[in-house]
Design a protein around this ligand. Structure first.
Ligand SMILES: [Zn+2]
Length: 356
């Protein structure tokens, strides 16, 4: 941990003000490319990101405000932080979708987006979807990594601010490689997800939200993100088709935005990856969504300056909003999935981090 100096303190105070902006959704939305990746001039600030304690406080306030919302602690991180799940269940016979963020602690804007989405569910405009779909949100699964409270050095991470954010959990294990193990052998965070959520609830859909590096492109243009359905040979073909429908809803939603430009993610086929293992084990339709740019990393090409935060948070909110609507009104079952046959894999420029 770096010593706090006056500059950093000032930046932290700026961060406190920015959190208000994140929470109320007032951030400017700009096109891909307007937020350049790290070039040594634009700072990468982690102090503007919501801390674990702030997240818990926010969730508890939303729970108090929203009749349907219920918080559940599904387990504990290695360092003893409670892992929260926000539940919106009105009718157990309705289809259920789970949104998961921050298996990788250094990929946080998806959590900021999930927080806004949770708030939307309490408003008159959005609340009616809850008559037709059940929603589970696990924001910040890897809370220790998100807070940089880990049992390994973080000196070589490049972001400024009051903390570093790490991909791995406190034991330096990648939680998104835990999914093929016996549940009892998993790291505590992955075990909580499997034992107390995937095994206990009947879940139809999962979107696993991540961030990739900042320099991937499709058709010569930088992408705002990339998507992929399960590719393990062990996944039932009907589950793959349902996953492609989930991806189609997201693709059409995001591509319709001026700033939205998605590629196909080039991912592995092994069941230790959540996208695959969760589809194989539970017959849940899954979608990996990789947003552009990580919140902290050791590799400068992986991170984005904070000018891009607005559209990346919005991309998460749009994704969550559009999928719950499509499930609620049944349109997900009629969506055209043919784009998957022509969507090119994104190109990765030299030095890029692929993530998942
Ligand atoms: Zn990731």
């Amino acid at each position: 941990m770096k010593k706090v100096n006056k500059t950093m303190l000032a930046l932290s105070l700026t961060g406190v003000m920015t959190i208000g902006a994140l929470a109320t959704g007032n951030l400017h939305t700009s096109a891909v490319g307007n937020g350049p990746n790290y070039n040594g001039n634009e700072s990468i600030q982690t102090s503007i990101l919501t801390t674990y304690d702030e997240l818990v406080d926010y969730l508890q306030k939303q729970e108090a405000k929203q009749q349907v919302m219920e918080l559940e602690v599904i387990g504990e991180t290695v360092k003893g932080r409670d892992i929260y799940m926000a539940k919106f269940i009105k009718d157990e016979s309705n289809p259920t979708i789970l949104f998961l963020t921050q298996q990788h602690g250094n990929e946080q804007l998806t959590t900021e987006g999930a927080m806004q989405f949770i708030k939307h569910l309490g408003t008159g405009k959005t609340r009616s979807v809850l008559d037709h779909v059940n929603i589970l949100v696990i924001p910040m699964l890897n809370a220790d990594g998100a807070m940089g409270d880990v049992n390994f050095p973080t000196d070589h991470y490049i972001a400024d601010g009051d903390r570093h954010l790490t991909r791995a959990n406190a034991n330096n294990i990648d939680l998104n490689r835990e999914h093929a193990k016996a549940v009892s052998a998993m790291e505590p965070e992955a075990r909580a997800l499997h034992e107390n959520v995937l095994e206990k609830y009947t879940i139809d859909y999962l979107i696993d939200l991540h961030h990739q590096g900042a320099r991937s492109e499709r058709d010569g243009e930088l992408v705002s993100g990339s998507i992929l359905y399960p590719t393990s040979p062990n996944v039932d073909s009907a589950v793959i088709e349902k996953s492609k429908q989930l991806g189609a809803v997201v693709f059409h939603e995001i591509e319709s935005k001026g700033w939205g430009h998605l590629g196909k993610y080039s991912g592995g086929n092994a069941d230790n990856i959540g996208r695959n293992g969760i589809a194989t084990r539970y017959n849940i339709a899954t979608l990996l969504f990789e947003m552009r740019g990580m919140s902290d990393h050791t590799n400068p090409s992986a991170v984005l300056g904070q000018k891009s935060n607005g559209y990346l948070i919005k991309q998460t909110v749009n994704t969550l909003d559009s999928t719950v609507k499509a499930i609620a009104n049944g349109s997900i079952q009629q969506v055209d999935t043919s784009f998957w046959e022509t969507l090119p894999y994104q190109n990765t420029r030299q030095g890029e981090e692929s993530d998942e």
